[in-house]
Design a protein around this ligand. Structure first.
Ligand SMILES: [Zn+2]
Length: 65
């Protein structure tokens, strides 16, 4: 009985990992321009991946949290 549950859990975990990997591939590319103010996002920052805001807007948001 527990074997079946373990296997089901493994499959659910694998499925989750696959979905996460897929979601990351779509979310990761950085934008060329900040979504807040439209300023160019510096190349240095874009290379980190997933950047959608310039440094000013990103730090303003992080300060608000
Ligand atoms: Zn900005």
């Amino acid at each position: 009985m527990s074997d079946i549950i373990d296997r089901a859990n493994d499959q659910a975990q694998e499925e989750l990992n696959r979905n996460l990997a897929k979601a990351q591939r779509f979310d990761m590319p950085s934008l060329a321009e900040c979504v807040e103010c439209g300023e160019d996002i510096p190349e240095r920052r874009r290379r980190l991946g997933g950047a959608t805001r310039c440094i000013d807007c990103q730090s303003a948001i992080e300060r608000r949290r």
